[in-house]
Design a protein around this ligand. Structure first.
Ligand SMILES: [Zn+2]
Ligand SMILES: [Zn+2]
Length: 226
């Protein structure tokens, strides 16, 4: 909703509420979204509906980042790149993460792709260099090694063989943390699966990501919800 201009305080409080609701949803606690919106209305005015659509915008930014979003808050695309970038930044601050920003770029792509007569871009032979700092969570190589051994060359989602061999000759599969490390997930075999690149992309960016995730929890015995 680009016609709503959000202050940093409003965005921060809303994102904190979102993250808390999401955490409670994950741990199976009952959450009443309305109560969160009420609290935000008490703090800032506006209406509950406006905060609800902001929550859906937060889902949209999370989906662009390849992160999980709350099932009851379907991603809503009606935000511009600038607000999205601020939301992304605040989300990272709150989770203590810092990844390469993607939201503003992806929204600009989607906006352009919807233009009927998008002129052929001339591009840029020398893209400008930009320095950014990222924060990465340390991971145990044995977790990945063990999960890959268990998968034995077969994707644990679609149960098909790895689609190709890596340059080292081993079947190519990727490690996925069912609850993302950025969302507080553990670097543990009870939270990791080996996926083919297709399934891995789908579980991060696909419309059916939540169904795939539920299927994995049902099917892969070593997975534990926390
Ligand atoms: Zn697969
Ligand atoms: Zn992943």
């Amino acid at each position: 909703m680009d016609d709503v201009s959000w202050s940093d305080e409003e965005l921060k409080a809303s994102i904190e509420a979102y993250v808390e609701m999401q955490r409670n949803e994950r741990t199976g606690q009952l959450i009443v979204k309305k109560q969160y919106y009420k609290k935000l209305v008490e703090m800032f005015g506006r209406s509950e509906r406006v905060f609800e659509s902001l929550m859906q915008n937060i889902s949209y930014v999370l989906s662009l980042m390849g992160r999980g979003w709350m099932s009851g808050l379907k991603p809503a695309r009606d935000i511009g790149p600038l607000v999205a970038a601020r939301i992304e930044q605040l989300l990272e601050q709150i989770s203590g993460q810092k990844a390469v920003p993607v939201a503003a770029f992806e929204i600009a792509v989607r906006e352009a792709a919807e233009q009927k007569d998008l002129p052929k871009p001339s591009g840029n032979p020398r893209p400008k260099r930009r320095r950014i700092s990222v924060a990465q969570l340390e991971r145990d190589p044995n977790v990945k090694a063990w999960v890959l051994q268990q998968a034995a060359g077969t994707c644990e989602s679609c149960e098909k063989p790895a689609p190709f061999q890596g340059a080292d000759g081993s079947p190519y599969l990727e490690l996925h943390y069912v609850q993302g490390l950025a969302d507080g997930g553990a670097d543990a075999v009870s939270n990791a699966v080996a996926l083919c690149p297709n399934c891995h992309r789908e579980i991060h960016y696909g419309a059916n990501a939540q169904a795939v995730e539920a299927w994995l929890y049902d099917t892969v015995q070593r997975l534990e919800r926390d």
